[in-house]
Design a protein around this ligand. Structure first.
Ligand code: SF4
Length: 271
């Protein structure tokens, strides 16, 4: 790439980062220190039965998983799993027909996750919404666009991080995930995390934080300190969808991102 093009690209990144930081209410210039600029350019239904009914029918045998081989999926994902995958593509392929819970019968598309399979930072939300269900990718709707801005404000891009949800299928009408659904789907997320090996995890919103940390502590009390998910440092912040409704959450979210960036810098300062 010509030098002028490189300068223009760095300028454009700086302009976008500053613009996004300003939108989050910040007035100082913040850039991720250990970012390689080489990577910058890479850039329902009402007919659905209640979850309880579905689980009851599955348990009674009147509904059976209709896609994929349940036995092999269970072998691959049970807490005592013996199958180990070599990468996220293998893993996704093995589980994309899952119907372990009723959401597998009502989804449009399975939503595995997206991003850099070697990412240092992993963002984890609760479940796909309507847009994600249609496109098969997490955080692509209005909340997703805001998450993109937050990531750009951090001086990095969506391609630098990994984004996933606890649930891989959309709960009907965007209702909250049920505990049984999260319990059944969590082994998939754990395997994703094992494969990606992020240095840091950011839980987006109350439900993701509660699912990952197995707590009912209010989100406001979970923010502002580091937690651990299977020995990986985890920070909690507001879900981007909450930021769309409540502008006052933008500033504290940006403070959480600064904490995340500072820890990332600290971990990598000698590398
Ligand atoms: S939400 Fe998870 S456990 Fe339920 S069907 Fe989808 S992938 Fe399977």
């Amino acid at each position: 790439m010509a030098f002028d093009d490189e300068i223009r690209e760095v300028y454009d990144l700086a302009r976008r980062a500053l613009s996004c930081q300003a939108e989050l209410g910040h007035k100082e210039i913040i850039f991720e220190q250990h970012r390689s600029y080489d990577n910058i350019s890479q850039s329902t239904t009402n007919e659905i039965k209640s979850t309880e009914e579905h689980f009851a029918e599955m348990a009674a045998g009147s509904i059976t998983p209709d896609a994929g081989d349940q036995t092999s999926i269970m072998d691959q994902t049970s807490p005592n799993q013996t199958v180990e995958f070599t990468g996220v593509d293998d893993h996704r392929q093995a589980i994309c027909d899952c119907t372990k819970c009723p959401l597998g019968l009502t989804r449009t598309k399975f939503v595995y996750g997206v991003g850099n399979p070697n990412a240092d930072i992993m963002f984890i939300g609760e479940a796909p919404g309507r847009d994600e269900d249609q496109q098969g990718e997490p955080f692509v709707g209005r909340a997703g666009k805001l998450l993109d801005k937050i990531i750009i404000a951090m001086g990095i891009t969506r391609d630098d991080v990994y984004i996933a949800n606890i649930l891989k299928c959309r709960p009907p009408d965007n209702r909250d995930p049920q505990p049984d659904e999260m319990k059944l789907c969590m082994p998939y997320l754990k395997e994703q995390i094992r494969l990606i090996k992020p240095q840091l995890i950011c839980a987006l919103g109350r439900i993701a934080a509660h699912g990952l940390l197995q707590t009912t502590t209010p989100l406001g009390k979970l923010r502002g300190e580091w937690h651990r998910f299977e020995d990986i440092p985890l920070i909690v912040t507001y879900h981007p969808a909450a930021l769309l409704r409540f502008q006052q959450y933008k500033r504290p979210t940006w403070e959480d991102m600064q904490t995340l960036m500072a820890e990332h810098e600290r971990i990598n300062k000698d590398k």
